[in-house]
Ligand binder design. Sequence first.
Ligand SMILES: Cc1cc2nc3c(=O)[nH]c(=O)nc-3n(C[C@H](O)[C@H](O)[C@H](O)COP(=O)(O)O)c2cc1C
Length: 228
Amino acid sequence: MESTQQYDFLLDLVTKRRTVRQFKSDPVPDEYVMKIIEVARWAPSGFHTQPWEFVVIRDPNVKAKIVAALDEYGPAIKDPAKNDTPRAGFRDAPVFILALCDWRARVGLPYAPRTIEEAAPLYQSSMANAFMLMHLAAASLGLASQWYTSASRPDAERAIRKIVGIPETLTIYDMMVVGYPAATPGSKIVRDLSDMVHHDACGEQDFRTDEQVEEYARVTKAWCMGEH
Ligand SMILES: Cc1cc2nc3c(=O)[nH]c(=O)nc-3n(C[C@H](O)[C@H](O)[C@H](O)COP(=O)(O)O)c2cc1C
């Protein structure tokens, strides 16, 4: 039997990568930032069109403007059980990486979608997998990272686009916050493998009931709130 050493290494990295929401302001070497983006360069994409571009934000003035835009249009999630206003810990991180999607690349798709909407499913997946590799790369370098999806909310996106100077043909897919961790995430709850794998055929009886889905969602929502 083949050695599973590489798989074991991969699984270890995958489980070690966690979302961190509190960062030290210690600088991250440029070389590490480029290593993070290097792995995205090798990611698969629809018809190999590689629609991605990356903007690395390190300048404290630019960072401060982005933080202000996100405070206004995509603030940290507030736990209704707590009274305090959450302080978004990402503001302390030394690096933000904006992952942009260049929709013009869709001309390289075989069915040449005319609109962004037509290309969206393929490009969302292309961007997501490149982005995921970047988070794994950060974890492999001992860095903490966070997806900051609110950066792609329409109002926040408009504001950040203006701050950074992103042309109309590109959109912000997501923002990656990178730095050294100032907090350790709690242990993660995940669904059982046997609960989600189905063999050869499946029917309604093989999936969770509405009640089970709702109950689990309650658990994960509470868990997520606790982590924020
Ligand atoms: C598409 C996507 C969007 C996310 N958006 C945010 C976000 O805006 N802010 C945040 O703190 N975490 C965000 N996360 C992180 C998830 O909350 C996190 O992955 C999940 O709770 C599991 O925790 P883990 O990453 O530590 O394994 C996002 C993750 C994904 C995949």
